[in-house]
Design a protein around this ligand. Structure first.
Ligand code: SAM
Length: 208
């Protein structure tokens, strides 16, 4: 799996097909209280990073991505500052325990099939400090009606294209909610966009 091939095209494709809608979902649940340490997994081309740096200028940000070309774009978009760029596979990267008070996985968890989400989410839950929050902007499938059929068609096209272009391991969308709950997180805030094709979530780690 590699996003290197599509890295040069990701931004203009997003602009063409989604305008500013994905970015609205990426930023909709930014917490009011500034985090100190942020971990962005599958950061990609750096649009989330740029918004995080504007919203939380004092935060230390770690971006992990398996695509060197995506990371290069993120670096060019956001500059260096207090940002660490790590070229690694999130499935095997050694997770620093309890270090981060904000985790961000925008349009990233949708890359994985259920058996990988079951490994990935508990692994990264261990990186969350007590009281940490986890932001997720992603696609979703509405429960019924025309919106459900619309989403199914769009998701089928997206997964087919991404599987060809990147050898994405996932064949379809798996909701990450049960894995987050099992890892000690609870949903605090959720917004839907675009006929509920997109959602933006803020999850909070349960403090025992
Ligand atoms: C669909 S793109 C999303 C990019 C960006 N977060 C956004 O909001 O558009 C998925 C990103 O996750 C990265 N990625 C996919 N699988 C990964 C893995 N196992 N480890 C690290 N990064 C991964 C890809 O290289 C790509 O940059």
């Amino acid at each position: 799996m590699s996003f290197d091939r599509i890295a040069p095209h990701y931004r203009w494709l997003e602009r063409l097909f989604a305008g500013d809608r994905l970015q609205r979902a990426r930023t909709a649940c930014f917490p009011a209280e500034a985090p100190r340490r942020i971990l962005s997994l599958g950061e990609g081309h750096g649009r989330t990073l740029a918004a995080l740096r504007v919203a939380y200028p004092a935060a230390a940000i770690t971006c992990v991505d398996a695509s060197a070309k995506m990371l290069a774009r993120a670096r060019a978009q956001a500059g260096e500052g207090n940002v660490e760029f790590i070229h690694a596979d999130a499935l095997t990267w050694p997770v620093p325990a309890g270090d981060f008070d904000l985790l961000v996985t925008h349009f990233f968890l949708d890359c994985f099939p259920p058996e990988q989400l079951a490994v990935l989410i508990p692994r990264f839950a261990t990186a969350a400090a007590p009281g940490a929050q986890w932001l997720i902007a992603d696609f979703c499938e509405p429960p019924s009606g025309l919106a459900r059929w619309r989403a199914r068609i769009i998701l089928k096209i997206l997964y087919t294209c991404f599987r060809i272009a990147t050898r994405l391991p996932a064949r379809r969308l798996t909701p990450p909610d049960p894995y987050l709950v099992a890892s000690g997180f609870r949903l605090k805030e959720r917004h839907h966009f675009e006929w509920a094709l997109l959602h933006s979530d803020r999850w909070g780690r349960v403090v025992e």
